[in-house]
Write a protein that binds this ligand. Structure first.
Ligand SMILES: Nc1nc2c(ncn2[C@@H]2O[C@H](COP(=O)(O)OP(=O)(O)OP(=O)(O)O)[C@@H](O)[C@H]2O)c(=O)[nH]1
Ligand SMILES: [Mg+2]
Length: 195
């Protein structure tokens, strides 16, 4: 069976829970320097091998994160619902990704607002407020609320990202078809006014 290989990069401030989302069995905080793991997964009858790049939240190790970003296809920016600074840093990571890839569009990306369990559930007014803040600033980027204690989180993230990949690839195909289609010439002709 054909397996498609994709590289996915986790970014975000220290201690937001990147490593625990990737590996929910972790229970002791050990700051990451750089870590790679593999996750095979079946999504909609297709087989994937995800190579997961876990990066350091520590800014001194940014040069390693930049190197990881350049090798990746999919991106997860993690913040903690209990840490305002980590929410403020989302933009920093989006800029870093766009700078490293040298493009601003067609980047499959998701924001994960983690540590929901500490605040209870999504009905908690603090949670509602944080989600509002994130959505207001990043309304073009999908956001999921999570707790790394829920072992399904990583699968949900990967499924959501693959939906974005499908859309980007579908759009790209349509554009290619359009560019090579005779219809394109008709449109161009229409732009020329005939008196
Ligand atoms: N209550 C709760 N604690 C969490 C959650 N996710 C992570 N933690 C705790 O937060 C601390 C940091 O988690 P890590 O996953 O190591 O954080 P990180 O983002 O990988 O941190 P760096 O590697 O330093 O960038 C650990 O003590 C975890 O047990 C969560 O969803 N809920
Ligand atoms: Mg870590």
């Amino acid at each position: 069976m054909n397996h498609r290989e994709l590289n996915i990069c986790f970014l975000g401030n220290p201690e937001v829970g990147k490593s625990c989302i990737i590996n929910p069995q972790l229970n002791e905080y050990v700051p990451t320097i750089e870590n790679r793991s593999k996750k095979p997964m079946q999504i909609n009858n297709k087989f994937f091998d995800f190579n997961i790049f876990d990066t350091a939240g520590a800014k001194e190790l940014n040069y390693l994160s930049k190197n990881s970003i350049k090798q990746c296809d999919l991106f997860v920016v993690v913040c903690s619902l209990t840490d305002d600074k980590s929410i403020d840093s989302i933009q920093y990571y989006i800029d870093l990704i766009q700078d490293c890839l040298n493009r601003k569009i067609d980047i499959p990306m998701i924001i994960v607002a983690n540590k929901l369990d500490i605040l209870g559930d999504v009905d908690n007014p603090i949670v509602k407020n944080q989600i509002k803040r994130i959505n207001k600033k990043f309304n073009n980027t999908q956001c999921i609320i999570s707790s790394s204690k829920n072992s399904d989180t990583i699968s949900n993230i990967l499924k959501s990202l693959m939906k974005q990949v499908d859309l980007i690839e579908k759009n790209r195909k349509q554009q290619l078809n359009y560019q090579s289609s005779p219809l394109r010439n008709i449109k161009i002709l229409r732009k020329i006014k005939i008196f």
